[in-house]
Design a binder for this molecule. Structure first.
Ligand code: ZN
Length: 105
């Protein structure tokens, strides 16, 4: 199975011949291609994100919080989804939902 890094490594040269990414894009992609086990600090590098998620998951397993939990899934009609791409609107929805469930549970 290919990783995103491998796909970029194999195709980045051809891409550069056809397109003209910005200096910032080139720098971030190159950091990701050169990424090894140490963090490359690229904002787009998925290995860093995976390590973070793995560490977070292990930490959560070893330090369970002694509070009861509920898992709630909020669904939003398709037509409202573009509105929720705005962080302020999404934040308002989440805070309102939190308030609702505190009141009615
Ligand atoms: Zn990296």
């Amino acid at each position: 199975m290919y990783s995103v890094r491998q796909i970029l490594e194999e195709n980045w040269g051809d891409y550069l011949k056809k397109d003209n990414p910005t200096i910032h894009q080139k720098r971030e992609i190159q950091k990701m291609i050169d990424c090894s086990k140490n963090s490359c600090n690229s904002r787009i590098c998925n290995s860093r994100g995976k390590r973070y998620a793995d560490n977070w998951s292990e930490n959560l397993k070893s330090n369970p919080r002694p509070t009861p939990r509920k898992h709630i899934v909020l669904t939003v009609p398709y037509l409202l989804r573009p509105i929720l791409r705005n962080w302020n609107n999404l934040n308002t929805l989440l805070r309102s939902s939190k308030y609702f469930f505190k009141c009615f549970t």
